[in-house]
Design a protein around this ligand. Structure first.
Ligand code: NAD
Length: 250
């Protein structure tokens, strides 16, 4: 028996990285997965491989959400799970960040999660209840230089998660957030830095001495999407190899 047997789960940003691993793991646990992304070729190919449904969805656009939900319902009759995973990262000092760049990050990361909750929660309620997992970041709980706009949106996602959990608990919808540290995806190494140099860096920075793997975040998203977490809602879950535990002096 799978942990998600009979469930219909929409995952945004599912074409690669953490979303890809979530799609693979959720499908292997019995879910009917709706993979949403703007990378159509990769998303289509993955959906075909794992027996899911691919929908083109730019999470920052409200009409896109309406169409994606309609496609999912046409295929499966309902939706009872959502993983808001899509996100973008830009590096810039705050005082050098163009307003347009700041707004673009807000539109995708923060408005995207808001629209996901707004559009999909009523569907989950109609299905009799379910789960929402939002992807924040450890920069949703602490600061990090040169990612000011990104960190602002991730703090906002933690806030949205808490409010949504309060408002949706009575509708049998649990809402939690994952807060990953450094995870080995195209986002964390956009410049294609030398893996050995990165390994050396993470050995120093992260108590567990390594970068996280996207499947490890997928396992946390699975826990928060299935009955194993039945009494948990409104919480941010840090998954960072101990990075946020405190300051290491040695
Ligand atoms: P990634 O860049 O590999 O994947 C992100 C996916 O989101 C891509 O498939 C991309 O096409 C999609 N996407 C981007 N903009 C979109 C939009 N407007 N509409 C729909 N899809 C869109 O990155 P990842 O590391 O897998 O990131 C997944 C999530 O995890 C993001 O929210 C990210 O902020 C968060 N996160 C990542 C790390 C990390 O170290 N990798 C750390 C903390 C949080």
């Amino acid at each position: 028996m799978g942990k998600l047997d009979g469930r219909v789960v929409l995952i945004t940003g599912a074409a690669r990285g953490q979303g890809e691993q979530e799609a693979r793991l959720f499908a292997s646990e019995g879910a009917k997965v709706v993979l949403a992304d703007v990378l159509d070729d990769q998303g289509e190919a993955l959906a075909k491989e794992i027996g899911g449904l691919y929908v083109h969805l730019d999470v920052s656009q409200e009409e896109g959400w309406t169409a994606a939900v309609a496609a999912a319902k046409e295929a499966h009759g309902r939706i009872d799970g959502l993983v808001n995973n899509a996100g973008i990262l830009r590096f810039n000092e705050l005082v050098s960040t163009p307003l347009e760049e700041f707004q673009q990050i807000v539109q995708v990361n923060q408005v995207g999660v808001f629209l996901g909750i707004k559009t999909v929660a009523p569907e989950i309620e109609s299905a009799g209840g379910g789960t929402i997992v939002n992807t924040a970041s450890y920069t949703g709980l602490t600061g990090m230089s040169f990612v000011g706009a990104y960190a602002a949106t991730k703090h906002a996602i933690v806030g949205l998660t808490r409010v949504a959990a309060l408002e949706l608990a009575g509708k049998k919808i649990r809402v939690n957030a994952v807060c990953p540290g450094a995870v080995d995806t195209p986002m964390s190494n956009p410049g294609g830095a030398d893996p050995e140099a990165l390994d050396e860096l993470y050995q120093k920075l992260v108590p567990l001495g390594r970068v996280g793997q996207p499947v490890e975040v997928a396992r946390l998203a699975l826990f928060l999407s299935c009955e194993d977490s039945s009494y948990i809602t409104g919480q941010p879950f840090v998954i960072d190899g101990g990075w946020l535990a405190g300051v290491s002096v040695l």
